[in-house]
Ligand binder design. Structure first.
Ligand SMILES: [Zn+2]
Length: 457
């Protein structure tokens, strides 16, 4: 998606900040964090005709979500095609959560589609002067879901497909369920990072159910799950956001980890997510030494060309592979072109950041040593952990290092906060990327070289 540059997102909703302060409650919970999202160029994954939303062109709101109040993009007029698609997905969400919980109290405030610039609408938690742009909210006090129908919905569909749109809606619906099951999540002293992780987890659980054919309207194809994950990768917090920031949604790795937890373990695991996330968050993890002691790693890296960074990444990956027992000769059959990851797109990588070109090179080394795309992604995750300070410590503790800087990346690429997100975003841009690759990266990164690297093979 391509939000307007410089736009500041507001979690509390414009015009509601004073009430939010007074009410001692988080009034709304947005899909996007309160910052300009980090968006990589291009469409996520590949187009897949199997992915669609099946809904009758004549279906009304009452047909799709009977008994739930609905305000369309054009109030009083017939549904727009996008309104119908959104309501069909919300109908699937109602069915999913009814199955999960036995019964579901549908949102009493209902659903509302609002056009950009539609001020004075006074819809749900949007005050009379508020606008909503490239976002969707669960409005806690009103118990309803509102979304930007003219920018958010079409841009999500264009960039991340119906799977990506479903992921965003499932996040907001997750907040509605959260309000029923875990109302304390809306207390002011509950870190937003946890509230948002639970909603991302709920979204992953719903998409997994859809992938198994549980949904009536949403149809997913082979690559849909990876595409469904891309909005949370694109719309994560940039480096610099504190884990206790009242608008924090987490890094891309944090959000992907929560989403994958739901997809893998189901909804029960979502409501268990709690304070441990604060210590596990990858927000601002990084900042390792590059070059001589005292050199700013960001400045040192910026001074190198992309070609130099790719060369350094390749050498660093080879050194890492040797350390973790993946060195030695490579079976040529394993790197047949039809199995290899796409040739690293240096232009794309460069636009993502200075770490991404190295990540592209490391992924290829991982493929050469392990022989599968998920294995290569996992290798990249483990290597990324290794290049961070925590990664060095792990290797060093295991006695694998030598010399004055045991286990340190000999190429001294250094790390800065946001590097792991760059590597994950690069993977998500690869044509035909599958969920197994994105989850492979997260596994490799979270577990580090051991046991993570063994899980890669
Ligand atoms: Zn949220």
């Amino acid at each position: 998606m391509a939000p307007s540059p410089g736009r500041q997102w507001s979690t509390a909703g414009p015009g509601r900040w004073l009430l939010a302060l007074l009410a001692v409650l988080v009034v709304v919970a947005a899909f996007l964090p309160g910052f300009v999202p980090q968006v990589a160029p291009g469409r996520a994954g590949t187009a897949d005709r199997a992915e669609r939303v099946d809904v009758s062109p004549g279906a009304t709101a009452e047909d799709l979500v009977p008994g739930v109040p609905f305000r369309g993009t054009v109030p009083g007029a017939a549904l727009t095609a996008d309104d119908r698609v959104v309501l069909a997905i919300l109908a699937d969400l109602q069915r999913f959560w009814t199955d999960e919980l036995g019964e579901l109290d549908t949102p009493t405030g209902g659903y509302a589609a609002v056009g950009v610039g539609a001020t004075g609408s006074d819809v749900l938690c949007l005050g009379g002067d508020d606008t909503i742009s490239f976002n969707a909210y669960y409005c806690h006090d009103e118990d309803g879901i509102v979304w930007d129908a003219t920018s958010l919905v079409p841009s999500l569909r264009a960039r991340s497909g119906d799977a990506g749109l479903a992921s965003a809606l499932a996040h907001e619906f997750g907040h509605a369920v959260q309000a029923r099951l875990r109302p304390e999540m809306f207390d002011r002293d509950t870190p937003t990072l946890i509230t948002e992780a639970q909603a991302d987890c709920a979204a992953g659980a719903f998409l997994a159910w859809a992938a198994e054919g549980g949904t009536e309207h949403l149809r997913l194809g082979q690559d849909s799950m990876a595409r469904a994950l891309t909005p949370v990768l694109d719309l994560a917090d940039p480096p610099g956001v504190d884990v206790l920031d009242p608008a924090a949604h987490g890094s891309a790795v944090d959000r992907a980890t929560a989403w994958l937890t739901g997809a893998r373990d189901g909804t029960a695991a979502c409501w268990e997510l709690g304070d441990e996330l604060l210590g596990r968050s990858t927000l601002n993890v990084g900042g390792g030494v590059a070059g001589d002691s005292g050199t700013d790693p960001a400045a040192a890296r910026s001074a190198r060309s992309s070609d130099e960074i790719i060369t350094a990444g390749t050498r660093s990956a080879a050194a890492f592979a040797d350390r973790v027992g993946l060195g030695g000769s490579v079976d040529a059959d394993r790197i047949a072109p039809e199995h290899a990851p796409g040739v690293p797109d240096v232009d794309t990588a460069r636009r993502i950041g200075t770490f991404a070109p190295a990540a592209a090179a490391v992924q290829r080394v991982g493929f050469e040593r392990i022989g599968s795309r998920p294995g290569a992604a996992c290798f990249l995750g483990a290597w990324t952990a290794w290049t961070t300070e925590s990664g060095w410590t792990l290797v060093s503790d295991a006695g694998l290092g030598s010399g004055a800087s045991p286990g340190r990346d000999p190429e001294q690429l250094g790390t800065v906060p946001g590097d792991a997100d760059q590597a994950l975003r690069l993977l998500s841009r690869e044509p035909g990327v599958r969920l197994t690759e994105l989850s492979g990266f997260v596994t490799g990164f979270q577990d580090g070289y051991d046991p993570g690297i063994r899980a890669c093979q």
